[in-house]
Design a protein around this ligand. Structure first.
Ligand SMILES: Nc1nc2c(ncn2[C@@H]2O[C@@H]3COP(=O)(O)O[C@H]4[C@@H](O)[C@H](n5cnc6c(=O)[nH]c(N)nc65)O[C@@H]4COP(=O)(O)O[C@H]3[C@H]2O)c(=O)[nH]1
Length: 775
């Protein structure tokens, strides 16, 4: 097939666009003609059909879609290839153009190289289809003149089938290139088309590493039966000599074919495998990027001598088009990356941050979650830039960005807005304190000097905190609040974090002071334990006690756990505090036993953080050993949520406690998961019904029913039930009536200091079952 000079009709109502396209196409050797409207274009096509049309979509009067539809419904112009031109880059416009019949679509501003490739491909396809049409005519003539050479007809038929196949591959792969913007999808589709339309037995595509030799198969289609696994193994074992054709194609950067695998001695190690799968010929076509091989398109056919000149030429063209598409995807990825990421730090950029914030706010709104935004500004960044230069400034920003990222949880976003401004989105916070804690973590992190280009620098930062929904319900309002809070932080002398409201700042300050005091309280021995008796419901005897921690604060007086346990938990101070409680409780119980008082067990509350400690069982064992308390006199109280968080790990830890003889109780039962069903898997001895059920047990029918159910189901599971917070005779009677085993509450005694509890025990006292003792 020889190609005469192709004529291209350019249809655009903008004269500037028409001239630009002419300037781009003429040097490539094409003849160009122009029309300034759809109507004029149709008239010109009728008079003198071009070889290809570049058709603008948006034109006054008849638009590009109408023109394409008209041409494609007319049998005389149906085969004219059309490339639509539009400033709209959306999928919908492209699909509308393609469904109007256009073969291809280009987005304005037109990329010169892309225009050339698309025009060249479509002209080539047209050449094939014209050629096919001519042959069809010849064939029809041949059929009509029955006596003409049969062999010639057969040859023409075979040629037509073959060309049809080539045409199908080229056109389908070109359509895939226009449609697909994802590398893997493109590979998979190209292999599928080669097998389904090109009738190859198998096709695979592999990528090549940056050294140009390491190959990894990424997509395949057709009859493989483990062949690709063997190739992958050969690659992994570095058997370059068994992959001769692939290696040659990579080195020579051009196609390599073998038209008879079975008799090629270089492929001897593949003979059996190839024969079993009916692979007779194979072709290896390199995919190129920046003049270097980036991959290979490998095709196997079940005919001998499958790859003739025409076939190789076409497949070379197909691979050139795939290579072009890969380059395009790479460019697009780079552009996307640059649009969404800060090049210096690799953090999300302002645009991506904004997208994520809007997304996070939508989720928070839907799930009624809280969300926090922190605005962070480095305090002395300008000094670094001025004194050490911009390069040092850049290095500092990179280090700081990496440090910020490290202290975030998965799901949180750290972004750089520009300069020394960073911003953090804290997703799904459990409490408002979370934002405060993260800000403190960041401030703490920044107290460590950084080494930048040999200089040791101390760079502090100021942080503004805003919370959704209270400080703003949309991205703009929230950012304004965070910015306002940052201003407050700067005004307060920098190196601190501020909320945007006075009330929140006061709370934060209080919390911060409490945490600092708590830190010193352990060393200053400001903690003490109070003990609350547990009473047997039938005999009224004291069966045990619960140790409850108190803090004798030097300024604020006696503080109760609800005031400081959450802060201790969040700051990690609960671990040393918890150990102190355990040791003191065991020591005290042993001391009473040594003094000859009635031996009873002591219950100690464990916090969630303590329960997660890897060496908790060892710590408890050590405490028991050191205090010489028999393990059967120690009970550990856990909440439902603690054991339900990781059921398997919880069962393992609880079993270890059971093995050493320590008893276990589930505290506050009923308010958590209410999964009595699960409880049978835990080796526990007691269930403590939460106060909130006991409170209204005599007045609220639901609470009464729940309490009754908990008691009877716990008994079925062999557990003892303890009711907490029993304050009245009515509550006590109800619980006795329904066979609750033990009780604890102000009705019997408030939690009391050790000396008072000792008196209770010394009296070997049966608690009064009729009148409140200490209320
Ligand atoms: N209204 C009312 N309240 C009653 C009555 N009887 C007892 N209480 C109170 O209910 C709480 C029972 O302890 P809890 O459920 O384990 O709940 C405890 C426990 O979860 C935690 N806690 C106390 N000590 C420790 C400790 O050493 N370590 C840990 N991790 N948590 C502790 O703090 C929570 C509160 O402790 P406290 O303030 O001592 O409050 C105690 C106790 O004083 C009653 O009849 N009516």
């Amino acid at each position: 097939m020889t190609s005469p000079i192709a004529t291209i009709l350019i249809v655009d109502d903008e004269p500037k666009n028409r001239s630009l396209l002419e300037v781009l196409l003429k040097p490539e050797g094409y003849l160009t003609v122009t029309a300034n409207s759809g109507e004029e274009a149709l008239a010109m096509v009728e008079e003198n059909p071009p070889d290809l049309i570049l058709l603008d979509v948006m034109m006054p009067g008849m638009d590009g879609y109408d023109v394409a539809a008209k041409l494609k419904t007319n049998p005389a112009t149906r085969n004219l290839p059309i490339i639509m031109l539009s400033a709209l880059d959306d999928r919908g416009s492209k699909l509308a153009g393609l469904s109007a019949g256009a073969e291809d679509f280009l987005t304005k501003p037109i990329d010169r190289a892309e225009l050339w490739v698309r025009v060249r491909n479509l002209l080539r396809l047209k050449e094939y289809s014209d050629f096919l049409a001519q042959h069809n005519q010849l064939l029809e003539q041949a059929v009509r003149g029955r006596n003409e050479e049969i062999t010639e007809r057969k040859r023409a038929e075979t040629q037509i089938i073959r060309l049809n196949r080539l045409y199908a591959i080229l056109s389908d792969i070109n359509a895939a290139i226009v449609r697909i913007r994802n590398r893997q999808e493109l590979y998979t589709e190209a292999c599928r088309i080669a097998v389904e339309h090109g009738h190859f037995r198998m096709a695979w595509i592999g990528s090549v590493d940056s050294k140009g030799t390491g190959l990894s198969p990424l997509a395949w289609s057709g009859f493989d039966e483990g062949y690709l696994d063997k190739i992958t193994l050969a690659i992994r074992n570095n058997e370059a000599d068994t992959l001769v054709l692939a290696m040659r194609a990579l080195q020579e950067k051009k196609p390599v074919v073998c038209n008879d695998i079975d008799s090629d001695p270089k492929l001897a190690h593949w003979h059996i495998d190839a024969r079993q799968r009916d692979y007779r010929s194979m072709g290896v076509f390199p995919l190129m990027g920046d003049d270097q091989p980036v991959g290979l398109f490998v095709l196997y056919a079940s005919e001998l001598n499958f790859f003739d000149m025409e076939e190789i030429k076409l497949l070379t063209e197909v691979t050139a088009n795939i290579s072009y598409a890969l380059e395009y995807i790479k460019k697009e990825e780079k552009l996307n990356y640059l649009a969404y990421n800060d090049v210096l730090t690799g953090l999300p950029s302002r645009t991506l941050f904004h997208d994520r914030l809007v997304q996070a706010l939508t989720n928070a709104h839907r799930h009624r979650d809280r969300l926090g935004v922190l605005f962070i500004d480095l305090d002395n960044f300008k000094n670094v830039n001025d004194s050490l230069g911009h390069h040092a400034g850049d290095m500092l920003l990179k280090q700081v960005a990496a440090m910020f990222s490290v202290c975030m949880r998965e799901g949180d976003t750290v972004a750089r807005l520009g300069g020394d401004e960073f911003v953090v989105i804290l997703d799904s916070m459990t409490s408002e304190d979370d934002a405060w804690m993260v800000s403190q973590k960041i401030l703490k992190l920044m107290t460590k000097p950084l080494t930048i280009e040999g200089h040791e620098l101390l760079v502090t930062c100021s942080i503004g905190i805003a919370l959704y929904p209270k400080d703003g319900e949309d991205a703009k309002a929230l950012l304004q609040s965070a910015d306002g809070a940052l201003y407050l932080a700067k005004n307060k002398g920098r190196n601190n974090a501020q909320f945007c409201t006075a009330e929140m700042n006061a709370k934060a300050l209080e919390r911060l002071t409490l945490e600092n005091d708590l830190r010193q309280a352990i060393n200053r021995q400001e903690f003490l334990l109070h003990y609350q008796p547990r009473v047997d419901l039938i005999s009224g005897e004291i069966t045990g006690m619960e140790a409850l921690v108190r803090w004798q604060h030097p300024v604020q007086g006696l503080l109760y756990p609800t005031k400081f346990i959450p802060v201790a938990e969040e700051s990690g101070l609960i671990v040393p505090l918890g150990e102190w409680v355990l040791r003191t409780a065991c020591e005290q119980n042993k001391a009473w036993q040594r003094a000859g008082l009635k031996p009873v067990s002591i219950a100690v509350n464990l916090s969630a953080r303590q329960f997660k400690q890897q060496d908790l069982v060892e710590i408890v064992t050590r405490m028991l050993k050191e205090t010489e308390l028999d393990p059967s006199y120690l009970e550990l109280e856990l909440t439902e949520s603690m054991v339900m968080q990781n059921v398997e790990a919880a069962i393992a830890t609880l079993s270890q406690f059971q093995a050493i003889g320590v008893k276990l109780a589930i505290d506050d039962f009923g308010i958590g998961y209410s999964s009595l069903n699960y409880l049978k898997h835990f080796p526990i001895s007691f269930l403590k019904i939460d106060q909130s059920f006991v409170r209204d047990i005599t007045t609220n029918r639901d609470d009464a029913i729940i309490a009754k159910i908990i008691i009877s189901m716990a008994h079925d599971l062999g557990l003892k039930v303890i009711a907490e917070g029993v304050e009245t005779d009515g509550q006590k009677s109800f619980l006795s009536l329904h066979h609750c085993d033990e009780m604890q509450g102000y009705f019997f005694s408030m939690p009391i200091p050790a000396e008072e509890f000792e008196i209770l025990l010394r009296e070997r006292c049966c608690m009064s079952m009729t009148k409140p003792r200490l209320l």
